[in-house]
Design a protein around this ligand. Structure first.
Ligand code: NDP
Length: 419
């Protein structure tokens, strides 16, 4: 049915590639293109002969629009799947516009260099106007809406688990379960254990930037920002048990606040163990999370990039990680004039993911929806010109695909609510 160009070959892309190769009717051909071509070749070698999908590989610097365009013009994909880093979102969108191809990604734009004065001026204005200080937000990509509309192309933003599946849950709740949604609590629990004192389960730089930032939530039409990790709750997660979770800023809150009419409050919580938090605080206190380059023995180094080089590569955690993830949304609202609650969630087992695709569940729960999002565009189910997040499309085919491709969901209509 189609041909996809997959950019990036890290932990999440590994799962995306396996899943596209399981779904060869839709992904007849894929090209894996990344900065380090040897990684692309290694996965091609592993999968060739086990799948009907034809695989090619290439080297590309996705920060360079001309290089991307040369590759797109040569391969002529029906979609470009950005599974590299949020830093590359805008250059890949530019290349898609220039070459006339649909686009998708799993995380919204943030700059690699947060000291860039041009970016910083816009960022500081946004902090003042909007009231949250995270480095990432949708404004940069939403600014492409008209260009994609005019070009008759679709850009699907944030089709991972959170963002991604969580918004499909919201659209499903809005369509099938509620007349009005009053509150949404997104709960992201990783009950897995990889045996290291400290490791991140996706790209360390992006992960540590996200969790060390101030938390924030949406309430009654505006953002409320709080110091990092200052709101803590305990929750008893199905198949995982009791975990401490902390309120974080998360990107899907921004789009859901616009797209779920009348919603009064949206919060996002993620579980962390004490060891993770103690390590992170210590690293932050000594300056290791800084994105500002420092001079070291005649070289410029960025502390957080140096830290990334020291930490375990998330793509290697698969064989060591045991336990389950449980990620979902708790809704309160009204149906037929009566108060109602619902909890839609998925439970995913790290070891089962490893057996199936050689990755832990965080990469799996991101990679499967990325494949599904691309399949929605390739099969024509979600095509509309412009730039959209997941909750702006019909959730039904996506929810059905989640059940089919390894992330089955369930609904509890009497969940314990988070206070
Ligand atoms: P990794 O660091 O494991 O992989 C990133 C890949 O992108 C690497 O292969 C890297 O190349 C490649 N890359 C980086 N820069 C460039 C460039 N300039 N040109 C070409 N390729 C490049 O990250 P993850 O797989 O953990 O994460 C991938 C994405 O998934 C991130 O955007 C992350 O934020 C997102 N994510 C989304 C989640 C969700 O639920 N929505 C959850 C988890 C992650 P090299 O191998 O040379 O380093």
């Amino acid at each position: 049915m189609g041909r996809a160009l997959i950019i990036g070959c890290g932990g999440v892309a590994g799962v995306v590639i396996h899943k596209c190769c399981q779904n060869s009717d839709v992904f007849e051909e894929i090209m894996i293109a990344s900065r380090t071509k040897s990684k692309c070749d290694a996965i091609k070698e592993k999968l060739d002969g086990t799948t009907a999908t034809k695989i090619r590989t290439a080297k590309v610097d996705a920060d360079n629009v001309d290089e991307l365009c040369a590759l797109i013009d040569e391969y002529k994909p029906d979609i470009v799947m950005n599974i590299a880093l949020p830093y590359q979102d805008l250059t890949i969108m530019d290349a898609c516009l220039k070459c006339g191809v649909n686009y998708m990604d799993t995380a919204n734009y943030e700059p690699e260099d947060t000291d860039d004065p041009e970016w910083r001026a816009i960022y500081e204005k946004r902090c003042k106007d909007e009231g949250f200080t995270a480095y990432f937000d949708y404004s940069w990509q939403w600014a492409y809406k008209k260009k994609f509309e005019d070009a008759g192309l679709t850009a699907l933003l944030g089709s991972g688990f959170d963002p991604g599946v969580t918004q499909a849950y919201c659209a499903y709740a809005q369509k099938h379960l509620f007349d009005e949604i009053d509150t949404i609590d997104i709960l992201d629990c990783n009950g897995g254990d990889h045996g290291y004192p400290f490791a991140t389960n996706f790209n360390p730089e992006i992960n540590l930037r996200e969790v060390s930032a101030p938390g924030s939530y949406w309430e009654n039409g505006h953002w409320v920002e709080i110091p990092a990790m200052s709101i803590k709750r305990e929750y008893d997660f199905d198949q995982v048990g009791h975990k401490d979770m902390y309120l974080l800023h998360h990107e899907e809150i921004e789009s859901l606040a616009k797209n779920i009419p009348g919603v009064q409050r949206i919060r996002f919580f993620m579980t962390f163990g004490q060891s993770y938090l103690t390590h992170m605080k210590c690293l932050e206190n000594v300056g290791m999370l800084s994105t500002t380059p420092i001079e070291f023995e005649g070289h410029q180094i960025v502390p957080i990039q140096f830290l990334k080089a020291l930490l375990p590569d998330p793509a290697t955690l698969g064989p060591r990680t045991k336990g389950k993830t449980n990620i979902g949304c708790i809704f309160t609202g009204k149906k037929d004039g009566k108060e109602k609650t619902a909890y839609i969630y998925n439970v995913c087992d790290h070891e089962e993911c490893y057996r199936e695709v050689g990755s832990q569940a965080i990469s799996y729960t991101t990679g499967v929806p990325a494949m599904i999002g691309a399949a929605m565009l390739l099969t024509g189910k979600w095509n509309k010109p412009g730039v959209y997040t997941v909750e702006e499309f019909d959730p039904d085919p996506y929810m059905e695909a989640l059940n089919k491709w390894g992330l089955p969901w369930q609904i509890n209509d009497k969940p314990v609510l988070v206070d």
